[in-house]
Design a protein around this ligand. Structure first.
Ligand code: SF4
Length: 386
């Protein structure tokens, strides 16, 4: 459910068993065209997520209804308080204002009294305003499309997607704090998730997962992702061993889940290590092209790289790349992050990693290279620091 604060209680963890892990493509780094279709892998991943959700979801009153009014009330309340704190407010609100008509007629004093303790009173007033629009312009029936819901006062993309999917089964992915965290780990997004492009890339990935695996059960899919973020994929020490997505989670595979999602640190620069691998086959370099929907530098070419707070010599082994001797160093900074980059000679000890291919050295002047790759190649040529 909605924007549930990350401090939401995990009151159903007891008894959770290890989920059915399946593999997933890595995608804010989607596979390039020559890769096999990822639809069936996404389908299996979503199926595992839904199985886990049905077994382990918390019993909450708004999960027992498809009434858009009740779902809307719960979504708004959960945007400002924890599940356990919201429960009594939710029950009382629906007792006093059982439907959209009663809310539309609510006297100001009564509305504020019932809302009292939740804070953000402007939201309560906006809800009444929206209720009046539903009564006056929609005959008291909640609109059932994302666009019409979005047009209601105080209803943003998150709330519109939640109501449209949960109450009406419309295929719209929600993106709240919990989903951002899960998706950023699933695809190992190393860019700042507060940036609009990055958020949109994560939302698009959630949308494509839902489209592939739960086109007719989007509401359940959205709730499952949010529940996973609230109970297992928590901000600190995520419980990856119990997670149904662990087999497809790129951050988990790389051991960097605690460094995701990346957020700006106020007034501080985040110091990170970065490793770039130079793998050669004759005069060719192992490289990949960033996908067209990547949040940063889409379509640019890059050497294999990894960034995290701490990296060891095995940090690229998941790609079948074994690091050898150091070739050079460089610095790279972007917004609040400062990278200490090291370039290594490396060899491929496994099959060609997904999305990678061999690029002739002579083509490096013709194709667009990411800034990091340009710096790494320069550092390699210099063969020394900075
Ligand atoms: S970080 Fe862990 S808990 Fe979160 S999605 Fe990945 S495997 Fe699951």
């Amino acid at each position: 459910m909605a924007g549930e604060p990350q401090t939401r209680t995990n009151d159903k963890l007891a008894g959770i068993r290890q989920g059915d892990a399946v593999n997933l493509d890595t995608s804010t780094v989607p596979a390039p065209p020559q890769q096999p279709a990822t639809g069936s892998r996404d389908k299996r991943l979503v199926a595992a997520l839904l199985r886990w959700y049905r077994r382990h979801r918390r019993d909450l009153p708004w999960r027992e209804t498809s009434n858009p009014y009740a779902i809307w009330v719960s979504e708004i309340m959960l945007q400002q308080t924890r599940v356990t704190a919201a429960l009594p407010y939710y029950e009382r609100f629906l007792t006093v204002f059982p439907d959209v008509c009663s809310l539309a007629r609510a006297p100001e004093a009564k509305l504020l009294e019932v809302w009292s303790g939740l804070g953000y009173y402007r939201r309560a007033r906006q809800m009444r305003q929206a209720a009046r629009v539903v009564v006056d312009e929609h005959g008291g029936a909640f609109p059932d499309t994302f666009e019409a819901l979005l047009a209601l006062p105080g209803v943003g993309p998150y709330t519109a997607a939640a109501i449209a999917s949960i109450a009406f089964g419309r295929p719209h992915a929600v993106l709240d704090g919990n989903v951002i965290r899960v998706m950023s780990r699933l695809v190992d997004e190393h860019e700042d998730v507060t940036r609009p492009q990055v958020k949109e890339a994560l939302r698009a990935k959630a949308q494509s997962l839902g489209d592939a695996g739960a086109p007719r059960r989007f509401g359940e899919f959205n709730q499952a992702l949010m529940e996973l973020g609230a109970t297992l994929c928590v901000p600190r020490n995520p419980r990856c061993l119990l997670c149904p997505l662990s087999g497809g989670c790129v951050a988990y595979k790389r051991g960097v889940q605690d460094s995701r999602p990346v957020k700006p640190l106020k007034g501080r620069t985040l110091e990170l290590e970065m490793v770039v691998a130079v793998v050669r086959r004759g005069l060719n370099f192992l490289m990949r092209q960033r996908p067209p929907d990547a949040a940063v530098m889409p379509g640019f070419w890059e050497l294999p790289e990894r960034a995290a707070k701490k990296l060891d010599e095995d940090c690229l082994l998941d790609l079948g790349i074994k690091l050898g001797g150091e070739l050079g160093r460089f610095r790279h900074a972007i917004t609040f992050r400062s990278y200490r980059g090291r370039v290594y000679r490396a060899k491929l000890v496994g099959p060609l990693p997904p999305g990678y291919g061999w690029i002739a050295a002579g083509r490096l002047d013709e194709i667009p290279l990411t800034t990091v790759t340009r710096k790494a190649l320069k550092a390699k040529l210099k063969g020394k620091a900075h």
